[in-house]
Design a protein around this ligand. Sequence first.
Ligand SMILES: CC(C)(COP(=O)(O)OP(=O)(O)OC[C@H]1O[C@@H](n2cnc3c(N)ncnc32)[C@H](O)[C@@H]1OP(=O)(O)O)[C@@H](O)C(=O)NCCC(=O)NCCS
Length: 173
Amino acid sequence: MPPELPLRTDRLTLRLHALDDDAALLDYYSRPQVARYLLDEPWDESTARTRIRQHAAKDGLDGPMGALAVVVELEGRVVGDVTVWRTDRLHRRAEIGWVFSPDVAGRGVAAEACRALIPHLFKDHGLQRIEAQMDERNTASARLAERLGMTREAAFRENWWNRASGPARSSTG
Ligand SMILES: CC(C)(COP(=O)(O)OP(=O)(O)OC[C@H]1O[C@@H](n2cnc3c(N)ncnc32)[C@H](O)[C@@H]1OP(=O)(O)O)[C@@H](O)C(=O)NCCC(=O)NCCS
């Protein structure tokens, strides 16, 4: 268990995934508006069962997977998740990704969760750099990255494909 978990903020609790979080994640990952800029189709129950095991295995940046996935609870309900994974151990780089329920959009919940987690990634896990990649049409995600103090550094053409129509461009911050 990473020493910083569970993390509590004014409104939120961040903790590792439990296998029975599958229904909560299914509630938002099944929505087309959430999946639009993700790699997966909107989840069904079978996908949720598979993915929850994968999320639960990401139990620490310093563990074998080099990845940490946390759920974010608001008023006792899971409303989102944040995943961080090492991309380059030698140079201590990692990438971060975030997915939240539209039910809590526009309330600063995602930013509050990330602001609580990110200092630990630098301080407790020795990261030098954290990157985020997103389709450049994903303006909500780009705004969140900016609110967190990330800087837009590049736009890569034809870099990866997501569910949004056709080849996507992604930007990193
Ligand atoms: C990306 C995503 C997490 C952003 O969610 P969000 O609700 O916009 O972000 P926050 O929770 O930080 O809320 C910020 C908004 O709340 C507003 N807000 C209200 N109260 C606030 C508060 N107390 N603190 C901070 N912001 C507050 C902000 O002004 C901001 O509004 P704006 O976007 O109109 O400027 C969300 O759109 C999402 O999950 N999308 C689907 C999955 C996805 O694409 N993930 C990224 C893949 S790269």
